[in-house]
Design a protein around this ligand. Structure first.
Ligand code: PMP
Ligand code: GLU
Length: 395
């Protein structure tokens, strides 16, 4: 039998999804494991959004739609971008697809030629490196340090650029670290991005979940930056809609047209009823989204204070998103629950098997020495999970 493509053989599975699937499987087998793996809000989708979807189904919104999304949704997204970030786009510049993850995949397919380099500051979200490879590109990973709050400096960016560099992927606030680039930091990086003639894929999926500091989109910096920026966002995190699979990007006319052509031959269109649910998310009342954000703020406070009160582990206070990126370097070389810890993968495996707590090792995000916890889970789970961590560290 002939083998699969070279690209296919080089792609790793998503570690975040794999760990959450493993935790769910252990639970289904009667093991009392607590999952802090995948970052998906534990809240139900707000009722007004569910009702909008039911109405769409009853009204027979059950056929194909335009491949890059229905006009009412594109208009609602344009209004949202304007009201929330003062970003002005026309509906023709919006491409809606089946989740922000798929949008990122498509954007890379549209931008890259084989061998083009994409700069990826580490720690980075697991999917980026694989999506770059799936598009024939080469991820160029630049390490950042905890001392710089895991942020890339303009000097580091400049030094990493070559003739082959096509774009950079930024996530603000970041998954997995929760750090937010300040408006001045965004402007300083933008200067290099313009000078080096790069595109920036600006993943703003956690922009609403910003708790400290001001958020600035790369597209807001100047007209030139707006042309170079592909703003990526979606409904998954802000409105607890991970399963509905609606994400979008806003880009210049040429990129939007190419993306629409790609969607017409790949997904066809995103789910019709889910698009009507998304119209309600963007245009409807925002009370539920605000209540969920307030709850994340409480959980973050509790999490950070408890982790930093323990021996051998520590974390920075995240500015946004719903992740704690915990430093576990002091445990390396020690034996916990009878297991010698030499890496973040060892730590997570032992914490899962002996402590019954599921977390994601930092090496999945290009940063060994750290462990990611998602606090998009109940306060009850967080308290119990951290009690178990404390016992595990003392074991
Ligand atoms: N970007 C980041 C940084 C994420 O954490 C996620 C979470 N899955 C996504 C994009 C994709 O979100 P979705 O596909 O659910 O819209
Ligand atoms: N973005 C979430 C995470 O990082 C969901 C899982 C995934 O899509 O990878 O956990």
């Amino acid at each position: 039998m002939k083998c699969t493509s070279k690209v296919a053989s080089g792609i790793a599975p998503s570690a975040t999804l794999a760990i959450s699937a493993l935790a769910k499987e252990m639970k289904a087998n009667g093991i009392d494991v607590i999952g802090f793996g995948a970052g998906e809000p534990d809240f139900p989708t707000p009722t007004n959004i569910k009702v909008a979807a039911i109405k769409a189904i009853v009204e027979d919104k059950s056929h194909y739609t335009p491949s890059s999304g229905i006009l009412p949704l594109k208009e609602a997204i344009c209004d949202y971008l304007d009201k929330s970030f003062s970003l002005k786009y026309k509906p023709s510049q919006i491409c809606v697809s089946s989740g922000a993850k798929h949008v990122i995949y498509l954007v890379l397919q549209v931008l890259l030629n084989p061998g083009d380099e994409v700069i990826l500051p580490a720690p980075y979200w697991v999917t980026y490196a694989e999506a770059i490879k799936m598009a024939g590109g080469v991820p160029v990973i630049i390490e950042t340090t905890e001392e710089s709050r895991f942020k890339l400096s303009p000097e580091q960016l400049k030094a990493a650029c070559t003739e082959k560099t096509k774009c950079i992927i930024m996530t603000n606030p970041s998954n997995p670290t929760g750090m937010l680039y300040s408006p001045d930091e965004v402007r300083a990086l933008s200067k290099v991005i313009s000078e080096e003639d790069l595109y920036v894929i600006d993943d703003e999926i956690y922009a609403f979940l910003t708790y400290s500091g001001d958020f600035l989109s790369f597209a807001s910096v100047s007209e030139d930056m707006k042309e170079r920026t592909i703003v990526v966002n979606g409904v998954s995190k802000t409105w607890a809609m991970t399963g509905w699979r609606i994400g979008f990007c806003a880009a210049n006319a040429e990129i939007s047209k190419a993306l629409s052509n790609f969607t017409s031959h790949s997904t066809g269109n995103p789910s019709n009823a889910a698009q009507y649910a998304a119209v309600e998310a963007y245009a409807g009342e925002q009370l539920s989204a605000i209540m969920m954000r307030d709850e994340f703020i409480k959980r973050r406070r509790y999490f950070v204070d408890r982790v930093n009160a323990m021996d051998d582990v520590s974390c920075l206070e995240p500015d946004g998103a719903f992740y704690i990126f915990m430093n576990v370097k002091k445990t390396f070389g020690k034996t916990l629950s009878g297991v010698k810890i030499e890496s973040s993968a060892d730590f997570c495996k032992a914490l899962l098997e002996k402590g019954l707590v599921a977390t994601v090792p930092g090496n999945a995000f290009g940063a060994d020495g750290y462990v990611r916890w998602s606090y998009a889970t109940s306060m009850e789970n967080i308290k119990e999970g951290l009690d178990r961590l404390e016992m595990f560290l003392k074991s």
